[in-house]
Design a protein around this ligand. Structure first.
Ligand SMILES: [Cu+2]
Length: 354
């Protein structure tokens, strides 16, 4: 389907001297009126595309929109989040401490957002454990308001262990990773929409008791950002836009288009395993790799739930899946949410196969 969609801007793409489907994907975003600024490599290209309808999402009634102040990516991200999944350590009795803290993060090139975080990152650190592990967990609130945590990999009472704690407080509980899979964790304090929308989430991967075969492994967490102007960072979360589902950016691992700036590496014929979660807070992900087919999709990341030969797979908000693919030919393979009104907002990365 994307070929038909991508064909339209092709002439313009050639005119601009671009090559590769990623440029076309960016142009699609721009053509939809959703372009969040740069979605291509070269500054000159981005400037050319920015002369098109790349700046304004559909008119909103928020003060920032009324003032014409919408966030726009510019330049390059200062850092690109490492998407490699480090192996889980082999100790079955694990200690995990997560600290809540406020932080300013770059959600698109040059766009700084004041966020509420787990461990200072959006998403928080990836938690990687093994099925059967016992997790001795501590949540420490060094933020400025009440927060909590909800592990989708855990079976534990919500009213006891997912309760909100105030700044300066700690919450400890022990849980067991009974189910293997690819899960989210998030703050569950009301309004949850706002706490997730402001950056309080991460991913947790539970390896199955019988491990998967060796592969090149990456984690990707899709999410949306809804912004309004704020000082001193420039931007902060906008609950009104979250409620209206009018995102400024839709991203993988916390920053728009970051894996165009620094693609994920893989080799021809190598098994690639992607642990993909979607924290939303509201949008579904239609996860797809352009030019490839998933050899296997493990629903929720559980090896008992296997699908074969899948092109695009839905990941609901709060869900996850594990994808395996083997790419037979060298080149660039964009991974996207195939919901194209959102793709151009930053949900395009690249797998570079050599
Ligand atoms: Cu919170």
């Amino acid at each position: 389907m994307e070929n038909e969609i991508l064909r339209r801007p092709l002439g313009r793409r050639r005119f601009l001297g671009l090559s590769g489907s990623i440029a076309a994907a960016g142009a699609v975003g721009a053509a939809c009126g959703y372009g969040a600024g740069k979605n291509v490599y070269e500054a000159g290209t981005a400037t050319a595309l920015a002369s098109g309808p790349t700046q304004a999402p559909p008119a909103q009634s928020t003060p920032a929109a009324a003032a014409g102040a919408r966030p726009k990516a510019s330049g390059k991200l200062a850092t690109v989040r490492d998407a490699s999944l480090a192996p889980a350590d082999t100790n079955p009795n694990k200690t995990l401490v997560i600290e809540v803290k406020d932080a300013v993060v770059e959600v698109a090139a040059g766009v700084q957002m004041s966020t509420w975080t787990f461990d200072g990152h959006v998403p928080g650190n990836v938690v990687h454990v093994r099925q059967g592990d016992t997790i001795n967990f501590t949540l420490r609130n060094n933020g400025t308001m009440g927060h909590s945590i909800d592990f989708h990999a855990a079976e534990t009472p919500w009213n006891i262990n997912y309760k909100t704690i105030l700044p300066g407080q700690e919450l400890k509980f022990v849980w067991k990773a009974n189910f293997p899979g690819t899960f989210v964790y998030h703050c569950g304090t009301a309004p949850v929409l706002q706490h997730i929308g402001n950056g309080m989430y991460g991913a947790i991967v539970v390896d199955p008791a019988t491990p998967f075969a060796p592969a090149r492994e990456y984690w990707l967490e899709q999410s949306e950002f809804y912004l309004k102007a704020a000082s001193p960072s420039g931007w902060e979360g906008d609950l009104t836009r979250m409620q209206a589902v009018t995102p400024d950016f839709v991203v993988f691992n916390g920053a728009a288009n970051q894996y165009q700036q620094q693609p994920l590496a893989a080799a021809v014929g190598e098994r690639i395993r992607l642990y993909v979660t979607n924290i939303g807070p509201t949008l579904f992900s239609a996860f797809h790799v352009i030019g490839a087919i998933f050899d296997k999709v493990y629903v929720d990341g559980n090896p008992a739930n296997v699908l074969r030969g899948v092109s695009t797979y839905t990941i609901p908000p709060g869900g996850g899946a594990t994808f395996e693919l083997v790419i037979p030919e060298a080149g660039q393979y964009p991974f996207v949410t195939h919901a194209f009104a959102y793709t151009g907002l930053g949900a395009v990365g690249l797998i570079e196969v050599k």
